[in-house]
Design a protein around this ligand. Structure first.
Ligand SMILES: Nc1nc2c(c(=O)[nH]1)N[C@H]1C(S)=C(S)[C@@H](COP(=O)(O)OP(=O)(O)OC[C@H]3O[C@@H](n4cnc5c(N)ncnc54)[C@H](O)[C@@H]3O)O[C@H]1N2
Ligand code: MOO
Length: 402
C-alpha cells in the first residue's frame, strides 16, 4: 500500500508533456501555449486620442485655434497640425503630426470654426503613446500559459491567428462489470446503470482531454483484454472503472500486469483504496474503483494532475486552502479521507461543511461540493471550528452581497 504522496509522485514522474501542434489561435481557449509569444508590434502602433475632443499643440498656449479637420478612429492621420490650428478628433483616432495633446470635448468651447481654451494643457495629455499597452518585442504570454479570455483577446489584438499548443491527451474510458448496463436499456433487478463512464468522461473533458468511450466490458478476461488493448492503441491514457478490488471477478489488475507494469495497486486513501496505476510502453493506465464516488474522487486526485501535466500545464494541482469546519467531520479510522465539502467564505475565513453521508456509493455526496477536505485518520470526530486543509475543486458558491 502506498501513500497518496508516493502514488502522486509515481504517476507524475512518468508524465512527459505531449508534443505541440498548431491550432487556430482565436478558438484556442483552454489550451496551453507551447511557445513564448512576444508582441510583434507596439500597441498602439501610433499615438492615438484617448478621448473624444480636439488635438492641438500645447506650445500655442491659451490662444484660440482654428479647426482645420475632423479625424475619426477609422481615418489615417494624413493631417499635419500647423501652429494656431486644432483638429476635432474621436477616441482611438491617430493623432495628427504636430499635435502633442488633446482636449476632451467637455472642456472645450467651439464657435464658428474656432476653439477656445480656458486652461493650459500639458504635452501628452489624453494621448495614448506608442507601445503604452504593449511594447513590441516584450514577452506577453510565456510558454505554459493556459489560454483564457484575456489571452485570447491579446492574440487577436496582435493579429495572431495560429499558435502552437500542447496536444490534448486522448483518454479512452472503459466501464467493467457484468452488472453494469448502458443507460436507456432495460435493467434487470440488481443491475446498475453505467454512471461512472459518463461521469468520468465529463471530468476528463473538463480537464482538457479528448475522450474516447470504450463502452462496457463484462467480467470476462478475453473481452476486457481486447478492450484494454484497443484503448491503449487508440489513446494516450486508459481509464477503467471497476474490477480492481479483491473479488474473484476483479480482473483489471492482473490484466494490466500482463500487458505492462503495475506501479501500485493500493493506496492508503479513501475513497479509492484499490486505485491502480500501470504503464504500458509510453501509455498511462489507471484502474479506478467501481464505486461511483471512489472512481470520481480518485480521478480528481490522481488522474487529473497527470492529464493537466500531459498538456503542458505548469500548475497541474488544485489549490490547497485552509478551511474551518462548520459541521463535525467523522474521520476514517485507518485511511486519510478526501471528504466532499462545500467551501464558502465567511468574513476572513474559508468555511467547509459536509455534503452529508460520505459512502463510496453515494454519488449525491459530490453534489454541491466544491472541495475535498483532507481528513487525517483517527477515532475522534473533528468538531466544528477545527482547521483542516482542503483542495478547491471548483469555484466558490456565490452568496448574495449583503
Ligand atoms: N474484500 C474486500 N472487498 C473490497 C475491498 C477490499 O479491500 N477487500 N475494497 C473495497 C473498496 S475500498 C472499494 S473502493 C471497492 C472497489 O471495488 P471494485 O473496483 O472492484 O469495484 P466493483 O466491485 O466492480 O464495483 C463496486 C460497486 O460499484 C458499482 N459499479 C461498478 N461499475 C459501475 C459503473 N460503471 N457505474 C455505476 N456503478 C458501478 C458496482 O455495481 C458495485 O456496487 O471494493 C471494495 N471491496
Ligand atoms: O476506497 Mo473504497 O472507495 O473506501 O470504498
Amino acid at each position: 500500500m502506498v501513500s497518496v504522496d508516493e502514488a502522486q509522485q509515481m504517476i507524475m514522474g512518468r508524465v512527459v508533456p505531449l508534443e505541440a501542434e498548431e491550432v487556430d489561435a482565436l478558438t484556442a481557449d483552454g489550451r496551453v501555449l507551447a511557445h513564448v509569444i512576444q508582441a510583434p508590434l507596439n500597441i498602439p502602433d501610433v499615438p492615438k486620442a484617448a478621448m473624444d475632443g480636439y488635438a492641438l499643440r500645447t506650445d500655442d498656449g491659451l490662444k484660440p485655434r482654428r479647426i482645420v479637420a475632423e479625424l475619426t478612429a477609422g481615418t489615417a492621420a494624413g493631417v499635419s497640425l500647423e501652429p494656431g490650428t486644432a483638429v476635432r478628433i474621436m477616441t482611438g483616432a491617430p493623432m495628427p503630426a504636430g499635435a502633442d495633446a488633446m482636449l476632451p470635448v467637455e472642456l472645450a468651447e467651439e464657435h464658428a470654426g474656432w476653439l477656445t481654451l480656458h486652461h493650459t494643457l500639458q504635452s501628452g495629455h489624453h494621448v495614448h503613446t506608442v507601445g503604452q499597452d504593449a511594447a513590441q518585442g516584450a514577452t506577453i504570454l510565456p510558454q505554459g500559459t493556459v489560454i483564457g479570455t484575456p489571452e485570447l483577446g491579446l492574440l487577436a489584438t496582435f493579429g495572431l491567428t495560429r499558435v502552437q499548443v500542447y496536444r490534448r491527451p486522448r483518454v479512452a474510458v472503459l466501464a467493467t462489470g457484468d452488472e453494469v448496463i448502458e443507460p436507456g436499456l432495460p435493467r434487470p433487478a440488481g443491475a446498475v446503470y453505467d454512471s461512472n463512464r459518463y461521469a468520468l468522461m465529463a471530468a476528463l473533458r473538463e480537464a482538457g482531454c479528448e475522450v474516447l468511450s470504450l463502452g462496457i466490458a463484462p467480467d470476462d478476461h478475453a473481452k476486457q483484454r481486447e478492450a484494454l488493448l484497443y484503448g491503449l492503441e487508440a489513446a494516450d491514457v486508459l481509464v477503467t472503472s471497476g474490477g480492481v478490488s479483491m473479488g474473484s471477478r476483479d480482473l483489471i489488475k492482473p490484466l494490466l500486469a500482463e500487458l505492462g507494469t503495475v506501479h501500485f495497486g493500493r493506496i492508503a486513501f479513501k475513497p479509492g483504496k484499490p486505485t491502480t496505476f500501470a504503464t504500458v510502453g509510453s501509455k498511462l493506465a489507471f484502474g479506478l474503483p467501481g464505486y461511483p464516488v471512489s472512481s470520481l474522487v480518485s480521478c480528481e486526485v490522481f488522474v487529473r494532475p497527470a492529464l493537466r501535466a500531459l498538456q503542458g500545464d505548469p500548475h497541474p494541482w488544485r489549490p490547497r486552502v485552509r478551511v474551518r469546519l462548520s459541521t463535525p467531520i467523522r474521520p476514517s479510522h485507518d485511511r486519510p479521507e478526501y471528504q466532499r465539502v462545500t467551501i464558502r467564505q465567511e468574513g476572513l475565513h474559508l468555511v467547509a461543511g459536509t455534503t452529508g453521508g460520505q459512502g463510496s456509493s453515494r454519488l449525491m455526496s459530490l453534489l454541491g461540493a466544491n472541495g475535498l477536505l483532507l481528513v487525517p485518520p483517527g477515532k475522534a470526530i473533528y468538531p466544528v471550528g477545527t482547521e483542516l486543509d482542503a483542495l478547491l475543486t471548483a469555484s466558490f458558491v456565490a452568496t448574495k452581497p449583503a
